[in-house]
Design a protein around this ligand. Structure first.
Ligand SMILES: [Zn+2]
Length: 206
């Protein structure tokens, strides 16, 4: 796992060390040790398989506690609700998400191209290894276990045994289904504002 945890972006530059210090533990124990054990094994196998396929996966973010989530940038959920390990999801030892990119390329543009190839590889091969991207293009680096609550709530049950045409219909339905929170806001109909904020929240669920 450590091999894949490269210094990919500015987040690892200071945020994880700071959060680890805040939690009183070494950074690798914090970032990797905070993940759910079974998810960690699946992720590790998937990244090894990606590497065997000629890709160069790296992890930009794995476990994040409430404090780390509060200083995260980009797409993120409320501090305690992140599947990266927010306290309402179980906290340390229960991180069920990681953000992955490719480290291949001499500059940002090249790394972007190889990173998109990595994500496509995950979409094509990850399910067999138990890993998927619950938000697809809405939060592309974010991966989690396909039998996890977050993935199922976005993409449905990804059962490899289900016939391909049934599965694609199921996935499509799941993708278009509104999350429960947005539905609730719709029922209220009291204000368009609450509907909008629920939709925004559903977009920032990681
Ligand atoms: Zn994420």
């Amino acid at each position: 796992m450590r091999g894949f945890t490269k210094l990919v972006d500015e987040d690892f530059g200071w945020k994880d060390p700071k959060a680890a210090e805040h939690a009183g533990m070494p950074m690798m124990d914090y970032v990797i040790g905070g993940m759910d054990r079974s998810f960690k094994r699946k992720l590790f196998r998937a990244l090894l398989a990606a590497e065997a396929a000629g890709l160069s996966p790296g992890i930009t973010s794995a476990f994040r506690d409430d404090y780390r989530q509060s200083i995260a940038s980009g797409l993120k959920a409320a501090s305690d609700r992140s599947y990266h390990g927010g306290s309402s999801r179980g906290g340390y030892g229960h991180g069920m998400a990681a953000d992955i990119v490719s480290t291949k390329g001499d500059n940002r543009a090249q790394r972007w191209v190889s990173t998109e190839a990595l994500w496509k590889w995950v979409d094509a091969n990850g399910k067999a290894l138990g890993i998927g991207r619950p938000y697809l293009d809405r939060d592309p680096p974010h991966v989690g276990p396909i039998d996890g609550q977050e993935y199922i709530s976005r993409r449905g049950i990804a059962d490899g045994k289900v016939a391909a045409h049934v599965k694609s219909r199921k996935v499509r339905t799941a993708a278009h289904a509104r999350p429960p929170k947005a539905q609730a806001a719709r029922v209220q109909k009291s204000s368009a504002k609450s509907q909008k904020s629920a939709q925004t929240a559903s977009k920032r669920a990681t």
